[in-house]
Design a protein around this ligand. Structure first.
Ligand SMILES: [Zn+2]
Length: 105
């Protein structure tokens, strides 16, 4: 059961982006990591090279790095607060629910 899914809004609870919220753009289930829009941006330095057509490639770019799922909390769409997620079985399907307001999402 994944605690966090793509397109969830999550709140960062630790690290340099603690307190920020963002949308999950990618989930890495095997590594327990998530990529969150605008969160955990790192500066990447690449050697500048010139392609055959003369265009410059490389230099400094900002990319998002994955965060561990334990560093984020899903934000409940119903009550709008970061919450712990429970799971229960409804109609023989597993669903996630908010432990604050009991709404499923
Ligand atoms: Zn809720």
């Amino acid at each position: 059961m994944q605690r966090i899914k793509r397109n969830d809004t999550v709140k960062v609870i630790s690290g340099k982006d603690a307190g920020k919220e963002g949308r999950v753009v990618r989930v890495y289930p095997t590594a327990d990591k998530v990529m969150v829009e605008g969160i955990n941006r790192v500066t990447k330095h690449e050697r500048v090279k010139t392609s055959r057509r003369g265009a410059q490639e490389g230099g400094i770019s900002h990319v998002e790095a994955p965060l561990h799922v334990s560093n984020v909390m899903p934000v409940c769409p119903e009550c709008g607060k970061p919450t712990r997620v429970g799971s229960k079985i409804v109609d023989s399907k597993k669903t996630r629910y908010c432990r604050r307001c009991d709404s499923e999402f």
